[in-house]
Every structure is written in structure tokens, then in C-alpha cells.
Design a protein around this ligand. Structure first.
Ligand code: ZN
Length: 562
């Protein structure tokens, strides 16, 4: 959309999207409180009628935020950026693709486009869904310097909803946007800090306007053509609240009410722990030696016992002398004159299990699976027994399903940045890239995949399924060891009949050479070093293996024990 002067003045004066911006700011404030623990001190209100002011103070001061909770709950989101099977197609000629790759490797301050999306978009999709990604062009001198270094002079920024005055969404893109110009920017431009300045971007221009006595004036010295040809901004979230038009939601939206409960219950537990969490000592006391139990001496409060009239054993050398019990008295033994009153475990247990139940509900709502805290690793049940492959599968599927829309959003933002960067610097009539982050999320550990693989093997699953599973196992097992992974993948084709054990293979009456190669494979592998395994082809390695086993004999079958 291209705005004329009258429309610009109307937008500044009427602020038509004000409600959306205010909602967005409040929403972000709430999310930041949960995710980072910001503004906790002003958040807790006293529970009217139940709580003294002093108790509220205690609760506010010592309650912990939900920061750790959200860190635990959000961990699977990282899998979007480590998923296997992704690719970026630039759809460019070989020469220009090289430049595009180079630029996308370092889009801003050493971040690649992908890393930028992970580091800047992901957290703000969660804490500021109304905020936007906005592309900026470096200043003239800066652009010349960057161009010389082969770097991009177009770079992505995150604009917090708090610095946005208004915008008009069109899907996740924008018809126009108005930023509040900050004091620093005004100062740098030589404008008085008290002047009200806005920056408006539409499809054709990037304006600064001044507002004075209700009159809106465009500042020509701070107005540039918009080289992108459209507003280079994209809203942080594609999740929409169906109740309102263009009300953007965080991925965490559905669990916020539960998180609020969690915060409240946690804070009440803190109060309780302070008030009742300590064992208390009490003892039967004799009369004060000074005032003889009266509590007063010469009309004044007795200084020795502070008026209680009792003598307390405070030094380790203090001794309590008991009278011999008379016949009528109930006998109190010396070891019964004092003791600890233990705090109640009941409340502690209820409070802890309440919090755990809330966390479980949140995990199920968010991921469709229970909190990991209780399942203790992917392949163990709560009773510690190994889960079957199907059980593990049941837990993985819903999590992966929940990650798909996040991958889609991340890809869209990656493509958005990449396409504009290429269009402005490499190919003006660029048709656009295709970005895929992959959908194999590596949610399972190697143990769980091995179980699945073994299960499939014994059930005689087809070869290609076994190949896939073994590949998945290797990928999980060597997740942070690319060299190990490359070798393991190669060895799948060097080892004869990789999915069969030697004993099963024997039953299939194989060729003697193959059988020997299978039997002595591990022995041969141990004689090879990493670099030879990496550098040689599968066929070369096979030749080495068969040469190695040539002189080996098949061991005689041992006679069966009687
Ligand atoms: Zn006394």
C-alpha cells in the first residue's frame, strides 16, 4: 500500500491500530514475566482476606519465577533447528549462488540467516508475537565497507512491539508500519529530543514525520525511497487468535493460565516454607532463678527471663534438675522434657504434587506428552522399566506434530530474509529461494531407536525400513560427531548383510567369502584408522575387508554339550 499525505496525517492523529498495539504490549509483558521472570515484584497481589501484608512481602521477595519451568517446557523447540533432511535451494546460477551462500553465511554480526532466525526470531515468537522482523539497509559509508568485504548491507532486525506506534497487517506481512523514533535516533539526527517524530514505511517510501500542534509534516531530509518495493517486515507469529482480527499468539499461549496458577501455587508454598517449614524446639521449663517465677522484680519486668518467669536451657552446659516424681504425678522421664515439633509433611507433599501435576498438564497441552521429569528419559517408564518401541513412538509422534508449524514459520522467515537480501544485492528479478528445515526432529535418543530397530529386525521388516532405522540410529548416536556419522553411514554398505547377525546369516547358507567377511568385520574395522575409512570409497574398503579375511578360517562348530 502506498500512502498519500492525508492518509499519513490521519494514521498519526487517529492511531487506528492502537488497540492491537496496546494488546500486543501487554501480551509481551505477560510472556516476558513467565519466560524471563521480568516484573515479578509488581505482579503478585495479596490474596484478599487471607494474607497479612508482611506475608505478602515475604511471598513476593522470595518466590521464584517460571523461568526454569519455561526453559524445560521449551527445550523440544531447539529440535526445529537441528532437524535432519532440510535444504536451501537458491534457484540461482552457479556463480550468483556462490555469492548468495557467502552472504547468507554472515548476514549480521557473524550470524548466518539460519542462526539469526534461531537466536532472534525464535525467542521473540514466544515472548513478543506482535513484534516484527524488519529488514534495514546499512548507511551509505557502512554499506560501502560491507560490500568491499563481500558482506550483506541488508540485514534483519527485531523490532519490539514497544517501539511500534501502529501497523496494518496483511496476513503476516504489513501494508504500512509506524515506528516511534527514540531519543538516541533524534539526537543523532540533530533533532531536539522533545520533538515528536515518527518513522513511517509503506511500499514506496521510508518517511520521518514531525508532529507539532496537531500538524503532521514530512521531513524531506529523512525521507528515502523504499528500495524493497514493499514493507520489509514480517510479524513474529503466524498463530492467530480466531476471536479477533489479527491478534497474534505465542506458541506458549495455551499454557499461560496454567503457568499463572503455577506461579501462584509456588509462591504460596514459599510462604508456607518460611512460616512452617522449620522444626521447632520446646521444653518444659522450671522457674526463673532470679524472679522465682513471678516475672517481675521490684515492680520492674525481670531482666533475666524477660517477664516470662521461666528459665530456658540456652548454654550447652545448662542442666535441668527434675524432682523425683511423687506417687500421684504422671512420670515424665528426663528424655521427655523437651523435643522437636516436626513440620507437617502433608502440606509439603500436596504442594509439591500440585506443582508437578500442573507441570504435567502444561507439558501435555504443549507437546501432547507428559513432562520428561517423570518419564526419566525417553526409553524408561516411570517404574524404571524399559518402554517398548511402540510406547516410545506414541510419545514422539505428538511432539513432532507440534513442531511442524514452528518449522514452517521458521522457514518462512528464513526465506523472507534471504529473498530480500538476494533481490537487493544479487538478482533484481529474483524468483525466490525454497527453504526447508527438515522434519526429522531427532526427538528420540539412540537407545530408543535401537530398540525400534531390533524389534523391526526380529519381525522381519523390509530392507529399506531397516536401512532407515539404522540410519536414524546412527544420526542420533553421532549427533554431535559428523566424522563418526560419516564413517558409520559408510560402514552400513561395507559390512556384508548389515541387518543380520552372523549366526542368522549362517542359517541362510551364504557364500563362504561373505560369511567370513561378516564374521571378521569388527576385527578388520579395528585395524583401520579414521582417515583411511573416510577417504576410501565403499568398494575400496570392501576389497580391503575381503583381502583381510581371505586367510581367516571359519571356526569349527563346537560339539554340543551332552
Ligand atoms: Zn525472672
Amino acid at each position: 500500500m502506498i500512502l498519500d499525505q492525508t492518509q499519513i496525517a490521519a494514521i498519526i492523529k487517529d492511531n487506528p491500530g492502537n488497540k492491537r498495539i496496546v494488546d500486543g504490549r501487554n501480551y509481551s509483558k505477560k510472556m516476558r514475566r513467565h519466560i524471563y521472570g521480568e516484573g515479578m515484584d509488581t505482579y503478585f497481589e495479596s490474596i484478599t482476606g487471607f494474607e497479612r501484608d508482611s506475608l505478602k512481602e515475604l511471598r513476593v521477595k522470595y518466590s521464584k519465577s517460571n523461568k526454569d519451568l519455561f526453559s524445560r517446557l521449551g527445550r523440544p523447540l531447539d529440535k526445529v533447528f537441528t532437524a535432519r533432511g532440510g535444504s536451501v535451494y537458491y534457484n540461482l546460477s552457479e556463480e550468483t549462488e556462490k555469492r548468495a551462500r557467502l552472504i547468507s553465511q554472515d548476514i549480521k554480526d557473524g550470524y548466518s540467516v539460519r542462526k539469526w532466525v534461531e537466536s532472534f526470531w525464535k525467542p521473540h515468537m514466544l515472548d513478543d508475537p506482535f513484534g516484527i522482523i524488519f529488514l534495514e539497509i546499512a548507511s551509505r559509508q557502512e554499506a560501502i565497507r560491507l560490500k568491499k568485504q563481500g558482506k550483506s548491507f541488508v540485514y534483519p532486525t527485531y523490532k519490539q512491539i514497544t517501539c511500534i506506534y501502529d501497523y496494518l497487517p496483511k496476513g503476516n506481512r504489513l501494508e504500512w508500519i509506524v515506528f516511534e523514533v527514540g531519543a538516541d535516533e533524534k539526537k543523532a539526527a540533530g533533532i531536539d529530543e522533545k520533538t515528536t517524530i515518527y518513522r513511517i514505511v509503506d511500499d514506496a517510501f521510508d518517511y520521518w514525520v514531525e508532529v507539532k500542534d496537531d500538524v503532521v509534516t514530512v521531513l524531506p531530509n529523512h525521507t528515502y525511497p523504499n528500495y524493497f518495493g514493499e514493507v520489509p517486515g514480517m510479524v513474529n507469529s503466524d498463530f492467530l487468535n480466531p476471536q479477533y482480527e489479527y491478534c497474534f499468539l505465542s506458541f506458549y499461549d495455551e499454557i499461560i493460565e496454567l503457568a499463572e496458577q503455577f506461579l501462584l501455587k509456588g509462591s504460596i508454598k514459599v510462604t508456607h516454607d518460611f512460616m512452617h517449614g522449620f522444626p521447632k524446639y520446646s521444653e518444659f521449663a522450671g522457674n526463673c532463678n532470679v524472679c522465682k517465677g513471678i516475672g517481675r522484680l521490684d515492680g520492674e519486668i525481670c531482666k533475666s527471663c524477660n517477664g516470662s518467669g521461666k528459665s530456658a536451657m540456652v548454654r550447652v552446659s545448662d542442666i535441668k534438675l527434675l524432682e523425683w516424681p511423687s506417687k500421684e504425678d504422671a512420670v515424665i522421664l528426663p528424655n521427655q522434657v523437651g523435643g522437636y515439633v516436626e513440620p507437617s509433611v502433608t502440606f509439603h507433599e500436596i504442594a509439591t504434587s500440585d506443582l508437578q501435576a500442573l507441570e504435567d498438564s502444561m507439558a501435555v497441552t504443549l507437546w501432547g506428552t507428559q513432562s520428561r521429569l517423570r518419564t526419566q528419559g525417553m526409553s524408561m517408564g516411570s517404574d524404571g522399566a524399559a518402554k517398548t518401541a511402540t510406547e516410545v513412538m506414541d510419545e514422539i509422534k505428538p511432539q513432532a506434530d507440534r513442531l511442524v508449524p514452528v518449522s514452517e514459520m521458521a522457514e518462512l522467515r528464513h526465506k523472507f530474509i534471504l529473498d530480500f537480501v538476494i533481490k537487493l544485492q544479487i538478482a533484481q528479478s529474483y524468483g525466490g529461494s525454497s527453504v526447508n528445515y527438515g522434519r526429522r526432529y531427532m526427538l528420540e535418543g539412540p537407545d530408543a531407536i535401537w530398540l525400534k530397530y531390533s524389534d523391526a529386525r526380529t519381525k522381519g521388516a523390509p530392507q529399506n525400513i531397516l536401512d532407515t532405522l539404522l540410519n536414524e540410529y546412527n544420526e542420533a548416536n553421532y549427533q554431535s560427531d559428523p566424522v563418526g556419522l560419516a564413517i558409520a553411514k559408510k560402514m552400513m554398505y561395507v559390512e556384508p548383510f548389515v541387518h543380520y547377525s552372523a549366526s542368522v546369516l549362517k542359517g541362510l547358507s551364504p557364500d563362504e567369502k561373505d560369511y567370513k567377511a561378516k564374521l571378521y568385520f569388527s576385527e578388520w574395522l579395528a585395524t583401520q584408522n579414521e582417515s583411511s575409512l573416510l577417504s576410501q570409497t565403499v568398494d575400496q574398503l570392501k576389497q580391503l575387508l575381503y583381502a583381510f579375511v581371505e586367510a581367516k578360517k571359519i571356526p569349527e562348530a563346537e560339539p554340543l554339550a551332552a
